[in-house]
Design a protein around this ligand. Sequence first.
Ligand code: MG
Length: 329
Amino acid sequence: MWHLDEIFNDLTVVAIPTRTNFRGVTIREAALFRGAAGWSEFSPFIEYSDAEAEQWLYAALEGANTPWPELKRSSIGINATLPNVEIDRVPEILNRFPGAMTVKIKVDDFENDCELVEAALDFNPEFKIRLDVNGGWSLETALLNLYNYYLRFGKVFEYIEQPCLEIADLKELKKEIPMKIAIDESVRKALTSDFSSAKEFADIAIIKWAPSGGITRANKLIEKIGLPAVISSALDTGIGISHGLALAASQSDLGFDCGLATSSLLESDVITPPLEITAGTIAVHRTSLDEKLAAKYLASADRRLWWQNRIERIWESGFGERWQSEQRN
Ligand SMILES: [Mg+2]
């Protein structure tokens, strides 16, 4: 018997096919378990190191054991997410986000991807468009691509997400372009930076429940960064998403649609009750693992073992002792 069973109750590892290739992910694996407060999710991407996955484990344990803070709203406006797909698949994907007024599009450059923007605007001419570059551009490439996007589409862009990785490049870019800049990787991969000059290189911060270490840590991070926040997710199942929704619902100010509808990119969710998108919003409530769906998408025994080993390694690296002493205090 696995010796962490008492902390990770009913640990279930699921493997859910994605509807599209999402940044190389075609099967999404997640370790789901229960604590005193309900179900939670541990699902750092496979290639993440144990050190990076620690925050995710902290979030997962908080989600399972700590009741949600005061929620200031009962539903959250969501954005559609359009991965880099063949153009003829665009309507099929956008139809999975009924009523969304905002769409986030994953782009590499202008040449190849302006058609994706075009197709999204054909689907809904009122869409607010976010481009997510995942830090893929140099300053020069960013200036060129964004000049072309602006020339072709004008003021449809709500913001550009992480156009460059380097802070120095973002600072320069911000002086030159008419669009707002959102930071994602600059937050997620640099949680301990001081962010005191964040306003010089960004307008908006993308905050995710799991990589930020859960709701309490995420709210501290938002305060530290001092920019308007967009709560987003990482292709979580509906269990991780429910905690992201609670994080969004705990905000006093929430001026943007949130990236919390990505379960639509999975072949199926594994929860009950389902998180449904109604008029571009999702209601905030706790979700539980659905036994039938869990059985259908159960990961193989060797993948389960892989996830157990991952949790165990992190736990035994000192994390477990720290977490348990924090619980006692
Ligand atoms: Mg991003």
